[in-house]
Design a protein around this ligand. Structure first.
Ligand code: SOE
Length: 377
């Protein structure tokens, strides 16, 4: 087996999901390459060491620039807050490293363009961690659409609902709550949650041409987690938009962190001429499918439990009927990345593909702020 030496920058929630992916992929997929957890980098030495010990990283760094100088590292995994994606990814590409970057690709399109240029100039493998594409039921949806089973698509609807920021005492900034700090995150739910919905939508239904959005910041002031200072909240707490797709269908998207009772409810529904599809992250193994060509006396919504060996990814797991979960989406993404190194077939979503999602995010935020339709270039 060929080693793929990983250097990870950042060690939060995403650091854990990715590390688990690296540890598990070769247990379940036949692959030529095998990730080796060479180094994890974080500013706090003790925390970096604790993370390294827990996950089996061989060494730690406290300055990511030092990690880029190391010859024993092939790929840099960027798991930092969004405001560091650009600098680290570009420097990594210039150092000849492969780059795997958390979503959204960047703070905005301008940064994303620079990142694409850097990885393309260096000719290094690159991808962005839009993991929900690799939920087997979502991959099956893609297969059904590509087979033409839905026919012409009329509607695409998606929601991503959470409730963890309703309390005004939740701080912003710092390691745990940087997602609420515009300086670190760039935007609120648009970059964090809608970006997932947009990535999946573009993958399943093609490009988005124009958007009209509304956004709201419900809590206007929060305390900074590290300095204790009161600060204005500059992120979007909730954002809703509608849009046109290139294929003529209409899209409707909503995301919020103020939907009491919803923790991470990502749902999507697609209505076509012949069939419809519905999926819900809280029941991620099921693909709801309605096929109008079914015999009318038994026609209705089928609830397909995606666990059969013939269905996407499932042949690599247990036996039909047994579930897998959220963490497996990252294992699948690692496995697909390793496979792409073997075959030479580029991994998706690449930086360039993720830039399309960033364009929609930027247009959504601009539309909400100007109260006007925005066209995506
Ligand atoms: C935010 O709570 C978050 O963790 C996102 O940052 C992830 O991308 C999403 O998958 C789940 O929710």
């Amino acid at each position: 087996m060929k080693p793929l030496n990983i250097g990870m920058v950042g060690y939060g929630f995403m650091g854990r999901t990715h590390s688990n992916g690296y540890c598990q992929a070769n247990h379940f997929f036949d692959l030529e390459y095998k990730p080796v957890l060479k180094a994890v980098c974080a500013r706090n030495k003790d925390k970096a060491q604790a993370f390294a010990d827990q996950w089996g990283y061989e060494s730690i760094e406290t300055d990511w620039r030092e990690m880029l100088k190391r010859d024993d590292i092939d790929a840099i995994d960027v798991c930092t807050p969004n405001n560091l994606h650009k600098e680290i990814s570009i420097a990594a590409a210039e150092a000849g490293k492969m780059v795997l970057c958390e979503k959204p690709i960047a703070m905005d399109v301008a940064e994303g363009e620079e990142m694409c240029a850097a990885v393309e100039k260096a000719g290094v493998a690159n991808m962005v961690w839009y993991n929900y594409r690799r939920v087997p039921a979502v991959t099956l949806a893609k297969q059904l659409i590509d087979e033409g089973r839905l026919g012409r698509i009329f509607h695409y609807r998606a929601n991503f609902l959470q409730d963890w920021t309703i309390n005004a005492d939740v701080p912003q900034g710092g390691a745990a709550t940087w997602r609420l700090d515009a300086e670190a995150a760039g935007s609120g739910v648009t970059g964090d949650l809608l970006a997932h919905c947009i990535d999946t939508a573009i993958w399943l239904n093609g490009g988005i041409t124009d958007v009209s959005a509304v956004a709201e910041t419900f809590i206007k002031e929060r305390t900074h987690a590290e300095t204790g200072a009161k600060q204005a909240v500059k992120i979007d707490d909730a954002c809703t938009f509608h849009c046109h797709f290139n294929n003529g269908s209409l899209g409707l998207f909503e995301s919020t962190r103020y939907a009491r009772g919803h923790k991470a409810l990502y749902t999507l529904e697609i209505n076509g001429e012949h069939a419809s599809i519905r999926w819900d992250l809280h029941d991620l193994h099921r693909l709801e499918y309605f096929d109008h060509s079914d015999d009318s006396i038994v026609r209705g919504w089928r609830s397909v439990h995606v666990s059969d060996g013939d269905q996407p990814y499932m042949g690599n797991w247990w036996v039909p009927g047994l579930n897998i979960g959220y963490e497996h989406t990252f294992i699948h993404q690692v496995a697909d990345f390793l496979k792409s190194l073997e075959t030479g077939e580029p991994i998706e979503p690449s930086f360039r593909t993720a830039l399309e999602t960033q364009k929609v995010c930027d247009a959504v935020l601009a539309s909400a702020s100007d109260r006007a339709w925005k066209t995506i270039e």
